[in-house]
Design a protein around this ligand. Sequence first.
Ligand code: ZN
Length: 323
Amino acid sequence: MDLYKVLNINNKNVSQDEIEKAYKHLIRKYHPSLNPGDKLAEEKYKNIRLAFEVLSNPELRKKYDNNENLKLEIPLDEDFSTSKDDFVNISNINVSDTNESISKINNDINHYIDVDFYEAFFGTHKELQIEIPKKCLYCLNPNTNEIEIDKKDNCKICKGMGYFKSVEKIKFYIPPGVDNGYLIKICKNNENNWLCNVNIFIRFIPNEFFERKGKNIYIEIPITIIEAILGGIIDIPTPEGIYEMRIPEGTDTGSVFKIAGKGFSQLKKNTRGDLYVKVKIITPKNVDEQGKNLLLKFSQMFPYDPREKIRNISSNKVKQSSI
Ligand SMILES: [Zn+2]
């Protein structure tokens, strides 16, 4: 899968703005709410999102253009210390109407954020609006967290509470490889003037096609009887695009093949999990007389007994029948 083509872009030198424009145009067209039940549109929608995740991020885009492995190395601890620019201050001030004393506000605020399969695979930028108690810089001494008595009574911002609740827009990065329950902690500091830390827990939303078990991915791929007998190259959809996998002659249904290094990135490690492909033989339906005769001829030419080993495991030798 060529991510540029997914966005209908023919020239790889386009600007970030043009990528965003192409994405916005397509994502509207293929949005599931506009194409209910249309599997093809749904697949396109997913691919468009995926393409945008990669190409809208200059660093990932560069790696993609250079055919590099899309694993990003992000030291977690550093990455989660959000910079001042990441905050958009006071969009809404709510003065607390409880009599909660300022000394009691030291528990962390817990939040959840949903992360889908592709977001967890490639990493993503997220944004949340959370109501957070902030120091009142008018009447609270920022160093001691003590209310300054002389200012307390005429503070119109916090009504003498020493803090107020503010809806803060928090932007943060989720690195590739996160899983359910993973915690992103954004700490109070002198710049944000929060009175508590914010814990954001990842809620991983499973994908219907790719099954995730930790760092590994599992998929089931249908193959024909002919492919099973003759072997050959099969296109395997992976989160990063199509992977051509060779299956050997005489492959049984249920056989599992490992594609190494195509699973999830592992946090804080420069390694990745694997992708496991389980093949499932799909039997052709509605075979006509001519086809059946060919198969009969084939079975006479190449007789084999797949149940040879289990022929004598029954203790009772009396034959029963479902016919
Ligand atoms: Zn105040």
